[in-house]
Every structure is written in structure tokens, then in C-alpha cells.
Design a binder for this molecule. Structure first.
Ligand SMILES: C[S@@+](CC[C@H](N)C(=O)[O-])C[C@H]1O[C@@H](n2cnc3c(N)ncnc32)[C@H](O)[C@@H]1O
Length: 267
């Protein structure tokens, strides 16, 4: 906890403030917002592979941020509700939905305590939330509660802590190429002053040692989910994103442990 805050300001408040501070720049990054029809199609294929056609079924996008995934789900025919605890993110999400003329509902809530009714959703989808959860076990129990029997959960996430040998090498090569003026410095869309805050938060969350797909899947099984499947076939998405990234960044990204996990609430 930062010394400038009183006792009632906890890790959850820090995470909320961190994402609120990143909201204005969030959609500038490839990997967050979608910049090509190829990428949109690749996401759409992943959604359909695991969740089937929307057909107007209710879907909850947890930690919806600026609503990139909410729009993919809406495009796929789901009736989407997006939840996030950052009002700043939600304001951008509402503006985007208005601009695209989409009827997506957004509500402020904690993914650990959604305040949604029991058995309300056929589908829950959540991208890039699990790695930053304070209490994933409590969240998975909550998500089980709001799913209908037979309902499906689709998590898209990654381990952004453990950097493998190949990724380290690529990053070192990039730094060297930058130093000798071979390439221009990578544009970062996260304000520089937030880098320290990111590290401080990461060191305190449940998956501070990295959210490995196997560990997340095991926790889902403990929470009672069935048919837990890990999918690392995300190459089409990464290839489409690579067109908007530098060679080094795209290569490093392709080497990271990124995955989708699909799991089902028992009937
Ligand atoms: C990396 S962003 C991902 C946004 C979006 N899911 C996407 O993939 O574009 C993380 C988001 O999670 C939200 N968040 C983090 N922890 C949360 C929690 N416990 N409950 C609700 N929102 C949360 C943040 O406010 C932020 O908008």
C-alpha cells in the first residue's frame, strides 16, 4: 500500500486507480483495441469455437475495460452486459457503444462480487483480468453462481511474469538495436510514471509469480467447473496483431505464454 493513503485504501483500490489512470491510452495499443478485420475475424473464430453462436443469449463481459471484448461478443450475437470497477473505463465503454450504435449494458461492479442474480448468464467472458485478481478462488465461485447450469466461462489471459530465454533474447536484441540507432524506441501507450505502480501491484496479487494456464485451470476445477480446456492456438490473433507492432515486439509477444481457457458449469 502506498504511504500516501490511509488504512482504508487497499490493494483493490490501487488496482482500480491504476486502470483508471491507463484508461485514456488503453485503446491506442495493438493487443488491446483491434486494428484490422483479420484480427476481428480471428477473435470471432475463437469465441465461436468455444461458446458457439450468440443467438441473443445473455453474456457477461467481466472487467470489460473500454469494451473491446463486449463489442466482439455483441458482433457474435450475444446480449452483452459489461462490468468493470473503473468508472473511467466504463465512461469510455459507453461512449464507444453509443458511437457504434450498440445496445450494450455497462455496470460498475467488482468481478469478485458482481451483484448479478443467480444463474443469469449463458456465458461469461473475461480477457486480461485473471492475472490481476486479488482472490481468484472467490471470483471463480462468484462466476459459477451467476452462470446458468451448463453455462460457459471463457478466460483469455497470459503469464506476463515469467519471461523465457527466447523472449529475453529478443528483448535484449531490441534494446541493443535501439541503442545503436537501428530502430526507433518502442512507443509505450502506458504513462511512464505508472510502470512502478504496475510492478508494485503485480507483486501483491494472487498470481504474482505468473498466471500459468495449468494453475488457473486447476483452480477452476476446484471451484467445480467441468470440461476445463486450455487453448493455446491463438496464432491467428497474434499474427494479425503483429502487423501493428514492431518486429521485436511482435516476436516477443508470440513467445509469451498466452492462452484461452474454456470451462463449463455442471448441468
Ligand atoms: C487489462 S484491462 C482489460 C480490459 C478488457 N477486458 C480488455 O481485454 O480489453 C483490465 C480491466 O480490469 C478491470 N478490473 C481489474 N480488476 C477488477 C475487478 N476485480 N473487478 C472489476 N474490474 C476489474 C480494470 O478496471 C480494467 O478495466
Amino acid at each position: 500500500m502506498s504511504e500516501t493513503h490511509g488504512k482504508n485504501y487497499n490493494l483493490r483500490d490501487e488496482i482500480k486507480a491504476y486502470w483508471s489512470a491507463r484508461a485514456a491510452h488503453f485503446d491506442l495499443s495493438p493487443g488491446h483495441e483491434i486494428f484490422s478485420e483479420d484480427e476481428r475475424q480471428a477473435w470471432r473464430a475463437l469465441i465461436e469455437k468455444h461458446l458457439g453462436a450468440g443467438n441473443g443469449r445473455p453474456a457477461l463481459d467481466l472487467a470489460s475495460g473500454t469494451a473491446v471484448v463486449s463489442h466482439l461478443m455483441d458482433d457474435a450475437g450475444f446480449r452483452v452486459t459489461g462490468l468493470d470497477w473503473s468508472e473511467t473505463m466504463l465512461a469510455l465503454a459507453r461512449t464507444k457503444a453509443k458511437k457504434r450504435g450498440r445496445d450494450i449494458t455497462f455496470r460498475t461492479a467488482d468481478a469478485e462480487n458482481t451483484m448479478e442474480p443467480d444463474g443469469a448468464y449463458d456465458v461469461i467472458v473475461t480477457r486480461h483480468l485473471v492475472w490481476t485478481l486479488v482472490d481468484p478462488a472467490a471470483c471463480f465461485a462468484e462466476w459459477m453462481r451467476v452462470l446458468k447450469p451448463g453455462g460457459k466461462l471463457l478466460i483469455v489471459d497470459g503469464d506476463f511474469v515469467n519471461v523465457g530465454f527466447a523472449e529475453k533474447l529478443v528483448k535484449r536484441l531490441a534494446a541493443f538495436a535501439e541503442r545503436i540507432g537501428l530502430i526507433r524506441p518502442e512507443i509505450s501507450h502506458a504513462p511512464a510514471e505508472l510502470a512502478g505502480k504496475h510492478a508494485e501491484i503485480l507483486s501483491q496479487v494472487h498470481f504474482s509469480q505468473g498466471a500459468r494456464a495449468g494453475d488457473v485451470a486447476a483452480m477452476l476445477q476446484q471451484a467445480g467447473f467441468e470440461s476445463v480446456t486450455i487453448d493455446t492456438e491463438l496464432q491467428k490473433i497474434h499474427r494479425a496483431q503483429a502487423k501493428h507492432l514492431s518486429f521485436f515486439k511482435a516476436t516477443a509477444r508470440g513467445l509469451q505464454h498466452r492462452y484461452a481457457i474454456c470451462a463449463q458449469k455442471p448441468l
